[in-house]
Design a binder for this molecule. Sequence first.
Ligand code: NAI
Ligand code: SF4
Length: 441
Amino acid sequence: MSKKLLLKDAHVEGIRYFETYRKQGGYGAAEKALKMTPEEILEEVKTSGLRGRGGAGFPTGMKWSFLAKPEGVPRHLVVNADESEPGTFKDRYLMEFLPHLLIEGMLISSYCLGSNVSYIYIRGEYSWIPDILEEAIEEAKAAGFLGKNILGTGFDCEIYVQRGGGAYICGEETALLESLEGKRGNPRLKPPFPAVKGLWERPTVVNNVESIAAIVPIIDITGAEYAKIGVGRSTGTKLISACGNINKPGVYEIDMTITVEEFIYSDEYCGGIPNGKKLKACIPGGSSVPIVPANLLLKTVNGEPRYMNYESLADGGFATGTMMGSGGFIVLDEDQCVVEHTMTLARFYNHESCGQCTPCREGTGWMYKILKKIEKGEGRMEDIDLLWDIQRKIEGNTICPLGDAAAWPVAAAIRHFRDEFEWHIKNPELSQTQNYGLANY
Ligand code: NAI
Ligand code: SF4
């Protein structure tokens, strides 16, 4: 059984409220941290090996150490709760059921970073969660864990919740900052990184909800103990939101030593595929990461079992591997059509492109149109190469990673499932009435 750090009390009735959270030992890590120096906390976070849980996996301690500290300029912590990656819903679970874990993590992080005013930028569609967070903030404030002179330390901290307007692009950290400043959420060119020039041009750390929640157990058990959980550079535990063709969709906390096979088939996690269907493919890290066919999902290129961690999932690079990403684990059974699935994603990225860069603005639209044609049985063989060419011209040529995120699913689908694209083109009549999966298994 995986060790639970974040969700250990998720089953406790009333854990959403301060009193119950406190009874379970909540805010103990904050009390401990406020007796430490910010430098000591930073060392713990670095030692823990925690990597950003939003998708990029950037070492959190390193990000914090990049924070500029010019004299007299305020610094900010901004929590990225704009969780919009298709297939990803782990942060929603944390905020809805364990809001105080996030608030406690924010208090410790704000103290370490020197942020007296910190923000949670939350996805607009999570319309019921801001109230839960704001209630938790009020409770923490009433108990002396937020506001002025917290626990008599002289440290002041306010937390504000900002609702997003429903644009996926505002999850990109610089677009998020623009939106938080009240502007249209257009991504900025990096560098400068937010750690140097962020919110209102002030040094800012932007971290994902789960990353900040993980600061609580890191301080609780120490960074060194946290680093012993997991394997290699995949330390600690990771939340995975599992969905698609599985018996038990939901949010699971894993310790990154289990295999993909165990995660899909064990009753502790996804509980296998309904109706005894075969596994066709999986997108393990949210819709932006490459789709992997079953044979490469269960084994690496070297024939080793594939594990649910950053290194093993990426084994083989983009040619055969994939990424841990945001932990949005989407399972496709044998009945699914990869062309149809890729088309749906292409439509999403085209709709969500902010339109600043030509390759993304135009390329995502072209990819969607071509995929739609192929899926309807109106494509030509040369369209497959055209699609390949367009995705290559998007990748690496845009301001923000949305361009890459739109290109990678198309590249991986063609690389691994070219036969499905060809089937639609060769069987125009069939492809108008059936999908590839149902017609071929
Ligand atoms: P990134 O690799 O550009 O940056 C990661 C983090 O490290 C950022 O906060 C960045 O500011 C910081 N950083 C990197 N180099 C730095 C330096 N030299 N100095 C200071 N700070 C530095 O990746 P990004 O754009 O933050 O995230 C992309 C990922 O987000 C994708 O891989 C995707 O999986 C994920 N994603 C997640 C979504 C969700 O709903 N959770 C939605 C969309 C994408
Ligand atoms: Fe906007 Fe797309 Fe360019 Fe990102 S890559 S800045 S979403 S046009």
